[in-house]
Design a protein around this ligand. Structure first.
Ligand SMILES: *Cc1c(COP(=O)(O)O)cnc(C)c1O
Length: 368
């Protein structure tokens, strides 16, 4: 280890989208919850024309994200209920997560609470900034938060400043229940609640209308999933103007390239076209769920997002080894899925991809 590096970095494990190495041969990429569909050719043409004709590559991007914020505000509430000063735009939601952590917890100012299994970036980015992470569990049947444990942790650790929730959760697919939302509403306003709605376009459940009454909540969204723009790295946060102002102060001045801003604007302009595939994904998800239940030895949970979560019956170490083998066998056959949180997360792809997932899993993991 180089002696000028922070010694705690030795313990830090980076996020690995594709454990086991990047894959270059054509495979079914069902491990990162992207859309299976690229932008339609005519929209790609329009974006190319924008790049050619309106983006001066020698000029810095618009560091205020003015046009994009106006368009996002309109997307969130066409009646104009969301003012642009309630929005911040990041280089993916990942950047926003880091800004939130810096704004709340850096320099020993606070600690965070996450509910496992959940999106790993909250913990990874916290650790990269030296911020302590507390973990609460979930109900093994429903994956609802263990509210008693969460409440205990908060009471015993007054340093907890931020609670991170995903609605619906990744990898488990469950949206926040009324009981969970009731608990969230009861939290002391000295705690920031981040509600990550990365899968909103699939779940159609949102707390955005409640934000006006809850200045200590922040909702995060992304263009990486239903809007099919993972390559452009655009995420946004919605919250109280004072909180937004703090996050804006901390981000890099030109965090979002002109091309990404143009792409996100174009996606919003054509939102009905792009989001038309959401219906197909939901129908495919439900079809895949039913077919896997019938043909394969996985316990599956209902999902409000564009992926399914499954476990082998029971939770022994031998089963984790079996899951690991299964993921490698699937990869050898051409399907990438993710082994995470003691289970498998399978992105819903195109109908042809899902058919292959089904055939391969039924073969590798037949009903016992
Ligand atoms: C995919 C995903 C995101 C998106 O992150 P970006 O950095 O915007 O691509 C955010 N949160 C969760 C829970 C996700 O699964």
């Amino acid at each position: 280890m180089l002696s000028f590096l922070r010694s705690d970095l030795a313990q830090l494990q980076a996020y690995t989208p594709h454990p086991g190495g990047e894959v270059t041969q054509p495979l079914d990429h069902l491990d990162t919850n992207e859309s299976p569909y690229d932008l339609p050719a005519d929209l790609k043409g329009e974006l190319t024309a924008l790049f050619r004709e309106t983006i001066a590559s020698n000029r810095y991007p618009d560091g205020s994200h003015h046009d994009l914020k106006m368009a996002i505000a309109h997307y969130l509430d066409p009646k104009g209920g969301i003012a642009p000063d309630r929005l911040t735009v990041g280089n993916g939601s990942d950047e926003l997560i880091r800004s939130v952590l810096i704004a709340t917890c850096l320099n020993g100012a606070g600690e965070i609470l996450v509910a496992d299994p959940t999106f790993s970036m909250y913990g990874i980015l916290a650790q990269s900034l030296g911020i302590p992470v507390h973990h609460c569990g979930r109900d093994p049947e429903t994956f609802a938060l263990d509210l008693v444990q969460a409440q205990d942790l908060i009471e015993q650790n007054p340093a907890i400043r931020v609670v991170w929730l995903v609605h619906p959760n990744s990898p488990t697919g469950n949206a926040l229940s009324e009981a969970e939302l009731h608990w969230v509403r009861s939290l002391d306003p000295r705690i920031l609640v981040v509600i990550d709605e990365a899968y909103y376009e699939f779940s159609r459940q949102t707390v955005v209308p409640e934000l006006a009454d809850r200045p200590h909540w922040l909702v995060m969204r992304t263009f990486s999933k239903a809007f099919r723009l993972a390559a452009l790295r655009v995420g946004y946060g919605v919250g109280d103007p004072a909180l937004i102002q703090a996050l804006e102060k901390l981000r890099l001045p030109y965090n979002l390239p002109s091309f990404s801003q143009a792409g996100a604007l174009l996606a919003l302009k054509h939102a009905p076209t792009l989001l038309a595939t959401v219906e197909e994904t939901i129908a495919e998800r439900d079809r895949l769920y039913q077919s896997l239940l019938a043909t394969c030895d996985l316990r599956l949970w209902p999902s409000a997002a564009n992926f399914l979560y499954g476990r082998l019956p029971g939770e022994t170490m031998a089963q984790q080894d079996r899951l690991k083998t299964l993921v490698n066998q699937l990869k050898a056959q051409g399907t990438l899925i993710r082994h995470t949180g003691l289970g498998l997360r399978i992105t819903v792809g195109s109908p042809a991809e899902n058919q292959r997932t089904l055939q391969r899993l039924a073969h590798l993991c037949p009903p016992s």
